[in-house]
Write a protein that binds this ligand. Structure first.
Ligand code: NAG
Ligand code: NAG
Ligand code: NAG
Ligand code: NAG
Ligand code: NAG
Ligand code: NAG
Ligand code: NAG
Ligand code: NAG
Ligand code: NAG
Ligand code: CU
Length: 569
C-alpha cells in the first residue's frame, strides 16, 4: 500500500515537472548561468578563475533557427560581468546584447539579469562570451543553431557533430595582466598555452592525460563546429593527413571549400566537415598562432595546442600521432587563403541579400597608436603608452551605457560626430610614417545611421606603430564581405572588383595587415550596436566604435522597450 502510494506521488511529480514544462518549452527555452569562481589546473599549476556554472569552456546553448532563448545570468563572482551573444543579431532588442557600458551597465556581484537571445536568420555555430574586461578568456561557450523543423543542412547529414573551442591559457589571472599592461602602457604578456576544448594538449607539460580525444569510425563524416575564443591570437588549425571542407562561417552557410588548414581569427566560427577516410590510426589536430607584427614588437603565444583523432578498431597506433603541417607563424598570405576563396551559398533557400548600391559610405582607418610618457617612462614602443583607434579616435568607454543614454535622452554621455572618413588622409600603409600621426585623439563618438540605410564600410588598416591584422566584429548585423586587398583602398578601382554575387556573410572579418576590407549591410536593426577589434588588447586600447541605428516609421521597425531588470549603473 505504501509502495503504491509512493509510485502514485512520484507520477504526480513527474507529470508536474515534465507535463507542466512542455507548454512553455515549445516556444522558449530557459537556461541558468551562474557566473562564479572555480579552480582549474593546467600546465602543472592551479588558479581560480571566473566560469559559468563551474564549467570551462562554459555550457553549450542549443537552439533552432528563429528561436528565442532566455538566460538567467546570476553573478556570484566578485567582479562586474556582462554576457554577449556573439553573432546573434537581436532584432530590435539591443537591451540584452551585453557589451559593458555600451548597451548595459554591468551585472554587479550578487545580482541577476534575465537576458533574451533572439535568433532570426542565423543558422550554424555562434558563441557567447563575457563582454567586460578580459573575463571572456574563461567565460565563454558555444551557441549551436540547428535548422528549423522541416528544413535541413545544405550538405549530407553528418554522422556526428563535434564542438572545437580554441582558447588561450595564462597561468595567472588574465585581468591582472590587463591591469599591468594598462598601468605601464606595455603590450600584454603572451599566454602560456593555446587550448583545444580547454586543454593545452600533450605537447605541453602536465597535459597528456587530459588532452581532448575524438574517437571516429572509419568512413563516417563529422561536422566540426570550430570557435576561436582566444583573447588575442588568430589561429592556424589543421588535422594531420585529413582535409577539411568548410560549409559555414559565423552562423551562415558557405559553398563547400576544401582545405588542408584554415585560419580562424578571434571571434570567428567555422563549420567544417571531416571525413574519417584515412588509415585507422591516431592523428593530431593542431592549432598555432598566426602573428605578423614587425620583429621586435611581436609578442605572441608560440606554443602548439593539440587534440587527438583516434579511429575505432584494432591496430597498432603510430607513436607519436601524425602532426599536421601548419604555415609559418608570420605567413600572411597563408592566413588569408580561406578569406580569399570563401563564398556564401547564395541559393534559393539561402539567398544572398547583399545591397547592390549603398546610401551611406564610410571609410574607417584602424590604427595602433601611442601616447608619449614623461621621460619615455612607459613600456610600449620607444617608452610610450600603447593605444589604438578608428579614424584616429581612441574610444573612451563611458560610465553610463550609451543605449540608455540614447533611449532616455541623457546628455553628455556620447557625441554623434564620429567622422565618416579619416580626418587626415595619408599613405596609410607606407613603410615610414610621420611620428606625429601616432598620437590619437580620444572620445566617445558614435555614428548615427538612418533606419534601412544601405551601408558600406571600408575598413582600412594603417602602418602606424605596427601594421597588424584586425578582426573587426559588428554587433546587431551580419555583413557581406564584398572586397579586400593589400595597400590603400582605391575608391575608383577597387569597387569594380567587388563580389556582389556570393560574398560571405559574416559578423567578424579580419582586415589584413596593411590592407583593407569592404563590408556591406542594411541598417535594418534599430538600436545601439558596438563595432570593435576582437583582439582583446586592441579593444582595451580603444579600437572600437558605436553605431546608433534610428527607428523606422512603422512600429515593427522600432526598438522594443527595455526589460524591467536592466542592471543599474
Ligand atoms: C520539431 O520536431 C520535433 C520532432 O519531430 C518535435 O519533437 C519538436 O517539438 C518540434 N519543435 C518545434 C519547435 O516545433
Ligand atoms: C610578463 O613577463 C615578464 C617576463 O617573463 C615578467 O617579468 C612579468 O612579470 C610578466 N608580467 C605579468 C603581468 O605577468
Ligand atoms: C617558436 O618556438 C620554436 C620551437 O619551440 C622556435 O624554434 C622558434 O624560434 C619560436 N619562434 C618564435 C618566433 O619565437
Ligand atoms: C618570418 O619570420 C622569419 C624569422 O622567424 C623571417 O626569416 C621571415 O622573413 C619572416 N617572413 C615574413 C614574410 O615576414
Ligand atoms: C624626467 O627627467 C628629468 C631629467 O633627467 C628629471 O629631472 C625629471 O625629474 C624626470 N621626470 C620624472 C617625472 O621622472
Ligand atoms: C590624430 O589626432 C591627434 C590629436 O588631434 C593629432 O595630433 C594626430 O596627428 C592625428 N593623427 C591622424 C593620423 O589623424
Ligand atoms: C527597407 O528597404 C528595403 C529595400 O532595401 C525595402 O524593400 C523595404 O520596404 C524597406 N523597409 C522599410 C520598413 O522601410
Ligand atoms: C622609435 O623611435 C625611433 C627614433 O625616433 C623611430 O625611428 C621609430 O620609428 C620609433 N618607433 C616607433 C614604433 O614609434
Ligand atoms: C561595477 O559597476 C558599477 C556600476 O556601473 C560601477 O559603479 C563600479 O565601479 C564597477 N566596479 C568595478 C570594480 O569596476
Ligand atoms: Cu586589432
Amino acid at each position: 500500500m505504501w509502495l503504491i502510494m509512493k509510485v502514485f506521488l512520484l507520477q504526480i511529480l513527474v507529470f508536474q515537472l515534465f507535463g507542466g514544462g512542455i507548454h512553455c518549452q515549445a516556444s522558449t527555452r530557459r537556461h541558468t548561468f551562474v557566473v562564479r569562481e572555480a579552480s582549474y589546473t593546467r600546465l602543472c599549476s592551479t588558479k581560480k578563475m571566473l566560469t559559468v556554472n563551474g564549467q570551462f569552456p562554459g555550457p553549450t546553448i542549443y537552439a533552432m533557427k528563429g528561436e528565442t532563448i532566455i538566460v538567467d545570468v546570476y553573478n556570484r563572482g566578485k567582479e562586474n560581468v556582462t554576457i554577449h551573444w556573439h553573432g546573434v543579431n537581436m532584432p530590435r532588442y539591443p537591451w540584452t546584447d551585453g557589451p559593458e557600458y555600451i548597451t548595459q551597465c554591468p551585472i554587479q556581484p550578487g545580482s541577476k539579469f534575465s537576458q533574451k537571445i533572439i535568433l532570426s536568420s542565423e543558422e550554424g555555430t555562434l558563441w557567447w562570451h563575457a563582454h567586460s574586461d578580459w573575463t571572456r578568456a574563461t567565460v565563454h561557450g558555444a551557441i549551436i543553431v540547428y535548422p528549423k523543423n522541416g528544413t535541413k543542412y545544405p550538405f549530407h547529414k553528418p554522422n556526428a557533430e563535434v564542438l572545437i573551442i580554441l582558447g588561450q591559457w595564462w597561468k595567472i589571472d588574465v585581468n591582472a595582466i590587463r591591469d599591468k599592461g594598462l598601468a605601464n602602457g606595455a603590450d600584454a604578456n603572451a599566454s602560456d598555452s593555446l587550448l583545444i576544448n580547454g586543454q593545452p594538449g600533450d605537447l605541453l607539460p602536465c597535459s597528456k592525460s587530459s588532452t581532448f580525444k575524438l574517437t571516429v569510425d572509419h568512413e563516417k563524416t563529422y561536422l566540426l563546429r570550430i570557435i576561436n575564443a582566444a583573447l588575442h591570437e588568430p589561429l592556424f588549425f589543421s588535422i594531420a593527413k585529413h582535409k577539411m571542407t568548410v560549409v559555414g562561417t559565423d552562423g551562415s552557410y558557405t559553398k563547400p571549400l576544401t582545405q588542408d588548414y584554415i585560419t580562424i581569427f578571434p571571434g570567428q566560427t567555422f563549420d567544417v566537415l571531416l571525413e574519417a577516410n584515412q588509415r585507422p590510426d591516431h592523428y593530431y589536430m593542431a592549432a598555432k598562432t598566426y602573428s605578423d607584427a614587425p620583429t621586435g614588437r611581436n609578442i605572441f603565444d608560440n606554443t602548439t595546442t593539440t587534440a587527438i583523432i583516434q579511429y575505432r578498431g584494432y591496430y597498432t597506433p603510430s607513436s607519436p600521432p601524425f602532426l599536421p603541417h601548419l604555415p609559418a607563424f608570420n605567413d600572411t598570405i597563408a592566413s588569408l587563403q580561406v578569406m580569399a576563396t570563401l563564398r556564401s551559398l547564395a541559393d534559393v533557400e539561402h539567398p544572398c541579400n547583399v545591397p547592390l548600391s549603398t546610401s551611406t559610405k564610410l571609410i574607417y582607418t584602424l590604427s595602433i597608436n601611442s601616447y608619449p610618457c614623461v621621460n619615455d617612462s612607459c613600456s610600449g614602443a620607444n617608452g610610450t603608452r600603447s593605444a589604438a583607434s578608428i579614424n584616429n579616435i581612441s574610444f573612451h568607454t563611458p560610465t553610463v551605457d550609451i543605449l540608455e543614454a540614447y533611449y532616455y535622452n541623457i546628455n553628455g554621455v556620447y557625441g554623434d560626430k564620429f567622422p565618416s572618413v579619416p580626418p587626415v588622409v595619408f599613405d596609410f600603409t607606407a613603410y615610414y610614417l610621420p611620428l606625429l600621426y601616432q598620437l590619437p585623439s580620444a572620445g566617445t563618438e558614435v555614428r548615427v545611421l538612418e533606419y534601412n540605410s544601405t551601408v558600406e564600410i571600408v575598413l582600412q588598416g594603417t602602418n602606424l606603430v605596427a601594421g597588424v591584422t584586425h578582426p573587426m566584429h559588428l554587433h546587431g548585423h551580419s555583413f557581406y564581405v564584398v572586397g579586400w586587398g593589400f595597400g590603400n583602398f582605391d575608391e575608383n578601382r577597387d569597387p569594380l572588383h567587388y563580389n556582389l554575387v556570393d560574398p560571405p556573410h559574416q559578423n567578424t572579418i579580419s582586415v589584413p595587415k596593411n590592407g583593407w576590407v569592404a563590408i556591406r549591410f542594411e541598417a535594418s536593426n534599430p538600436g545601439v550596436w558596438f563595432m570593435h577589434c576582437h583582439v582583446e588588447r586592441h579593444l582595451t586600447w580603444g579600437m572600437e566604435t558605436v553605431f546608433i541605428v534610428k527607428n523606422g516609421k512603422h512600429p515593427e521597425a522600432q526598438m522594443l522597450p527595455p526589460p524591467s531588470d536592466m542592471p543599474p549603473c
